[in-house]
Design a binder for this molecule. Structure first.
Ligand code: ADP
Length: 596
């Protein structure tokens, strides 16, 4: 219920005007069906089918003004009233359906936007704890499912009960006016009988649907992983295994969908049996009490609309339960607490940061029970170039990731220019940082646009200068449209080294005081690495630079080297100092010397 109220407030309330219109048109359509048709049968048909009856049709008693009409005019009026009711009903239904769809489309847009925006501000740890395919499935499939219910809720879940209400009112009126109290009471039992499967199936459908949506998320993840790793799949001949995986996940989804559909589709037959029972009872009772055909037909029409609208309301209720599964999955994203909260009154750097970094007794674990960094204390003065070395998994990347506050320290504090990073606005903090990782992350767009991402207001001259500094210009001539060559998704069309150069040019344009190079040349061949090393050295000049190093050649210009082991810093000094005093460093260095 809490989820529902939250979504109602957030997504329906902004469209309240449209929603009211939906209700009004729904109510008109509902009244025209639920009450209009039975009354037509009861009052209008007898005017037409008077036959040999000498009695005055009831309609003339109900509306005395009609008595002054000639018989032909009355007949015409009676015959025209049927299409008139259906014109009103048809127009209202059309308006209702169109408006409901507009409402649905708008809600879907708001919902998707909000979930997507939320994903942007959630901590990186949240994204890492979930599979990408599952998140995509939440943003696209779950929102679309929720749109379905919200529109069903706003349409059938409201229109059908109004129809039921109108037809019940007509039904009571018709029974009372023909003295059929017993029929009324017995039908109350049928109404209760019809409500039971609606409630019971609803519960089950909600559970099954959540499982089906989850299955869809798994399927998305499987496809995505497969597409992202096509090279590995082919290289290791994993096609068969991938197909097997896909078959299993898809099979699970199918099983859940079949279960879901069984419950969904059971409702209508059950409700129809109840309707038939009620009609059969009406027949027996009509025979026993000598109901007139007109009364019988009118009551039957109201019964039909009553159970029909209950059936439709029940189906809508089921759809609603089905989408509750999706709502719960969306709520997980919307309610996820932001573990990297922004300060209410952030401190600001005095213009450009100097780039002094201090770790004060910092401990950190991705899982707070399992620390990955322990008791790190150190100061990196502005402009110092620092190499981070140590065995794989010793915490170098983690150390560097804490500075942009990608993760929150478990204890201790990290300061930039003496300000705790938790007291800075994260955007402001990250403005002071450039990051070049192992894989250059390029987006679809031109090379120029990709460089400009470093600083959106950079001039074309600045971009060209950055392209020169990063030696991007060297390979631009070979590109069909120079710097305006369009790249594919992820920078497709450029070699690994070329992509890395574009990323370096981006960092040049950004010109931030702190630079983090996380194994920036690790995925390159020796020649590209040597070439790019020059550009990186240039980029590091005058900035506080942290170099997560996999090869010692990348830190030949470092002023200082930190040696990591099991989350602790076990060595801190220059190459000569460490080689003399730190056995781990000496060991790492010598081993690499032999390998290379
Ligand atoms: P290094 O850069 O020295 O190779 P990392 O900082 O990447 O080491 O990793 C340190 C430890 O933290 C390792 O045990 C690794 O398994 C773990 N780790 C790294 N990244 C994550 C993550 N995103 N979630 C959970 N554990 C992680």
């Amino acid at each position: 219920m809490k989820t529902l109220i939250y979504f109602w407030k957030r997504f329906m309330l902004p469209h309240i005007g449209l929603f009211v219109l939906v209700l009004v048109t729904g109510a008109v359509a509902a009244a025209a069906s639920g009450a209009g048709v039975p009354f037509m049968v009861k009052y209008v048909f007898p005017v037409v089918f008077r036959g040999n009856e000498t009695s005055t049709p009831e309609l003339l008693n109900v509306i005395p003004a009609l008595q002054s009409f000639s018989p032909d005019a009355l007949l015409l009026l009676a015959c025209a009233s049927m299409p008139a009711v259906f014109v009103v009903r048809g127009l209202a239904m059309w308006g209702n359906a169109v408006l409901v769809n507009i409402l649905g489309i708008r809600i879907l847009e708001t919902l998707r936007m909000q979930v997507f925006c939320r994903v942007q501000e959630l901590p990186i740890a949240f994204m890492e704890s979930r599979r990408k395919g599952d998140v995509i499935s939440r943003i696209l499939a779950d929102t679309s499912n929720v749109q379905n219910i919200l529109t069903t809720v706003s349409n059938d879940l409201i229109k059908q009960p109004i129809t039921a209400f109108c037809s019940i009112a007509a039904f009571i009126f018709l029974l009372v006016s023909s003295g059929q109290g017993v029929l009324f009471l017995v039908n109350l039992i049928f109404i209760a009988l019809a409500a039971w499967p609606i409630m019971e199936f609803g519960k089950r459908i909600s559970q099954k649907s959540q499982r089906a949506q989850q299955g869809l998320g798994e399927l998305n993840t499987t496809v995505q992983q497969n597409l992202e790793n096509q090279r590995e799949v082919r290289a290791y001949a994993m096609e068969e295994r991938e197909i097997q995986d896909f078959r299993e996940v898809s099979g699970r989804l199918q099983t859940n969908l079949v279960k879901l559909v069984k419950y969904q589709k059971a409702l209508i037959p059950v409700m129809e049996v109840v309707t038939a029972l009620a009609l059969a009872f009406l027949l027996v009772r009509g025979r026993m009490c000598g109901l007139t055909l007109t009364d019988f037909m009118a009551i039957a029409a109201s019964l039909f609309f009553m159970f029909d609208s209950m059936k439709r309301a029940g189906t809508a209720w089921n759809r609603f339960n089905e989408a509750q599964g999706a709502l719960k999955r969306l709520a997980e994203v919307m309610y996820e607490p932001n573990t990297i909260p922004q300060p209410e009154h952030p401190k600001k750097f005095d213009g450009r940061a100097r780039g002094e970094i201090r770790f004060r007794d910092v401990s950190f674990g991705y899982d707070p029970e399992k620390l990955v960094l322990r008791g790190v204390n150190l100061t990196i003065p502005s402009g110092q170039i620092v190499g981070l070395v140590g065995p794989s998994g010793s915490g170098k990347t983690t150390f560097a990731s804490l500075i942009p506050r990608f993760y929150e320290v478990t204890s201790g504090a990290i300061e930039v220019d003496g300000i705790d990073v938790r007291e800075l606005d994260s955007h402001d903090l990250r403005e002071q940082l450039s990051l070049v990782g192992q894989q250059a992350l390029l987006f679809a767009g031109t090379i120029r646009e990709n460089i400009r991402l470093g600083r959106m207001n950079a001039s074309d001259e600045e971009i060209m200068a950055a392209a020169d500094s990063a030696a991007v210009s060297k390979f631009l001539d070979a590109q069909p449209r120079g710097i305006d060559t369009e790249l594919g998704q992820g920078g497709a069309g450029l070699s690994g080294g070329q992509r890395q150069r574009v990323a370096i040019a981006r960092a040049f344009v950004k010109n931030a005081p702190i630079l983090i190079l996380d194994e920036a040349t690790a995925s390159l061949d020796a020649e590209s690495e040597r070439e790019i090393q020059e550009e990186l050295d240039k980029l590091a000049q005058g900035r506080t630079t942290l170099i997560v190093a996999h090869r010692f050649s990348t830190i030949r210009n470092a002023h200082r080297i930190l040696v990591f082991d099991y989350g602790r810093i076990v060595g801190d000094g220059t190459h000569e100092e460490l080689y003399a005093s730190c056995p781990l460093y000496r060991d790492l260095y010598d081993r690499q010397g032999i390998e290379s």
